[in-house]
Design a protein around this ligand. Structure first.
Ligand SMILES: *[C@@H]1O[C@H](CO)[C@@H](O)[C@H](O)[C@H]1NC(C)=O
Ligand SMILES: *[C@@H]1O[C@H](CO)[C@@H](O)[C@H](O)[C@H]1NC(C)=O
Length: 348
């Protein structure tokens, strides 16, 4: 029942035995399950939050994607966080992410510039513009993540950055160092070009043994020669379409980014929707409110399973959806975690 089309039947029959054996041997779990320890990082599915920083307060503007804090998300079992890094001040959002639209430009005029040249103050978590929502320094969020990794030595966590303001890797490094998060950061022992050919990724057990339990991707401007742990997302990761507009009949599974048709090792399954307003020739997409998310029911186990099964069919039996990415993951009675366990072949 838990394998409905997402996993091959054979795997489902074997995993409980492996789990039982691991328990008998006293093996410790990896990301909560002994079955995952021997699995390559790229052969594991993770619960992922879209715009993980975008939780209340404030709660008036239509810019929220979550209801719970980053520390709460990690405590609940979320293991991948999408974070937008934005420079507070007049140039925010001008170069990317929001696409430099008129709306972004107007908003940027209202955003306060950082008070000092301090790089920790210059890198905030904001939704396109810090005038809309400013959840403070990246370094503070990284501190919460580092504290979770300190307290949970058998957990592997991933960050996927959207580099809205065009930060260089060197500009992001001080936030990692101030938070003490750099010491956990994963540095691959293989070139990205190798990554397309198979599964060179270490197992979760190897990553835990090496103490490299924080995997960091960024969509633009990685510079691994300067900062080897901030990895270029599009060398390793592909994503399904994210601009899904209400009402969504069926969430799509095709490779949307990059559009080169070349596969990578890891797949983000984007499963969240936007309201779209059209003003003149410009589309303005805003996240659903939590109430709308409840009403539409996209986070139900049925809706999630339907999407995952479509993707399993599209991507074939040798690929799994690695990052199941939701808004308001806490809505849906834990369906995201049920789905992740099912993809991972974990028994309830
Ligand atoms: C992924 O993990 C499953 C379950 O352990 C295993 O059967 C499969 O061979 C792995 N895939 C790769 C490509 O390693
Ligand atoms: C950030 O994004 C901008 C705009 O896409 C890009 O020009 C810049 O190179 C990126 N920087 C990083 C660190 O990704």
């Amino acid at each position: 029942m838990r394998t409905t089309g997402v996993l091959p039947l054979k795997a489902a029959a074997i995993f409980p035995l492996v789990a039982g054996l691991a328990r008998a041997l006293g093996a410790e779990p990896c990301n909560g399950h002994a079955e995952l320890c021997g699995r390559a990082y790229s052969n594991v599915s993770y619960a992922c939050t879209h715009n993980a920083y975008s939780y209340p307060p404030p709660s008036v503007l239509p810019v929220l994607n979550q209801e719970r804090t980053i520390a709460e998300q990690l405590g609940d079992g979320v293991r991948a966080l999408m974070l937008d890094v934005v420079r507070p001040g007049p140039d925010a959002g001008a170069s990317g992410g929001g696409g430099g639209s008129i709306v972004d430009k107007v908003l940027s005029w209202f955003s306060a510039a950082p008070k000092s040249g301090d790089l920790l103050d210059a890198v905030h978590l904001c939704h396109q513009s810090c005038a809309l929502i400013d959840k403070g320094r990246l370094s503070d969020a990284l501190t919460a993540i580092r504290e979770f990794l300190d307290a949970n030595p058998r957990e592997v966590v991933t960050i996927i950055f959207e580099n809205v303001s065009g930060f260089s890797a060197q500009e992001l490094r001080p936030s990692f160092e101030a938070a003490g998060a750099d010491k956990y950061a994963f540095v691959p022992g293989f070139a990205p070009t190798d990554a397309h050919s198979g599964y060179p990724w270490p197992t979760l057990e190897q990553m835990i043994a090496q103490g490299q339990r924080l995997v960091v991707f960024i969509d633009e401007n990685a510079d691994p020669a300067q900062v080897p742990y901030i990895l270029p997302e599009w060398e390793y990761v592909v994503e399904t379409p994210y601009a899904n507009i209400v009402p969504v009949a069926q969430f799509p599974c095709n490779q949307d980014r990059p559009r080169d048709g070349v596969s990578r090792d890891l797949v983000v399954m984007n499963h969240f929707a936007y309201n779209r307003a059209t003003i003149g020739s410009e589309n303005i997409d805003t996240p659903l409110t939590a109430a709308q998310a409840r009403e539409h029911g996209y986070n139900s186990i049925d809706a999630l399973t339907a999407h995952a099964e479509t993707c399993a069919a599209v991507w074939g039996p040798h690929r799994i959806m690695n990052f199941i990415t939701l808004d308001y993951y806490d809505i849906g009675d834990g369906a995201i975690f049920q789905l992740v366990d099912r993809i991972n072949g974990i028994s309830a």
